[in-house]
Design a protein. Sequence first.
Length: 373
Amino acid sequence: MTRPPTTTRSVTYWEYIELERLLELQHGLEETEEGLTNDEVLFITVHQVFELWFKLIVRELRAARDRFKGEIVAEQELAGLVHGLRRITTILRRCVEHFQVVETLNTREYLAFRDKLTPASGFQSFQLRQIEILLGLDDEGRVKLGEEGSYKDLLRGPDGGTSPALERVEAQLADRPTLKEAVEQWLWRTPIDGLGPDDAGAEAGLDRFVAEYLEAHGRELDRSRAMAIERAAVDADRERLKKVYAAEREQVRSFFTPTEAEGGARTRRIRAAMVFIVTYRELPLLSWPREVLDALIELEQVFVVFRQRHARMVERVIGRRTGTGGSAGVDYLDKTALTYRIFRDLWAIRTLQIRREASPALRQAAFYDFRNG
């Protein structure tokens, strides 16, 4: 039996959080802070705070991923998952606010010590790379910082060899599944109208749900289309609206017919599970699954805001000059904010959702009621 640790003396607050040691770490490249301006100490401190927050995010993401890895994820596990995801979102919001502190630096104040950073770059934050990898960002989807062969090349040591940063990122890449992969496996197992993927009649049941949902969505689309055309002022607008609604109808149908490159039949079931959960979110056993999907969307939304806010902070303080690490600076940051999306299908189902009263009736709605015993 493991016993809790015991102490032989009283502990103080400053000892518990190692405050003396912590306060000695804001000297940058100097031996002490004495030769630094308050501006440089501010810059160092804020980025250290970012990294501490990133450490907590990495821990929470791993815990969430590990909970999803189980063959069965119990209701109480989902509640804990949502709690952890919302904690990450809260931390990211605080990180967004930290950019206001950096913006108390004006351009000339920052330029006074900026050369010390060259060729270092915030891109070398290996913990931010770990967060992206844990979430599920593919290497192929990364925006290039410059002409480097791989983003990992920028994590190498000054001599071109390995580094603790590169080793951590390599270890994270090997630590599968990602959160996205674990979530998708959980969604794939989700019973759709009472039928899991291994149940008899599962494929036919999936086909039936998709067909009925597409029919219901089509009726809703026709309703919106008719109202829009009726209100159009001229024939040109009416013709344009017909094309717009026809394109939306095709977009919805293609969502449920993923190509082999998109994952084929497996992705079809995962996407259908997403739509099923959000469509019948009021059913008791779908209450926590819907909270999970909402929490994932909120987390990614705030992460996108974090990237956008980072870009605006950089533009405000140094404009559009080349970054210290040789990047395109603001242009690079803007591209990441625009293109880095992990849970694209969760965003896509916002287009597919319909009114509650328009949803197809389920055959096995009672399957999702709470049961005794």
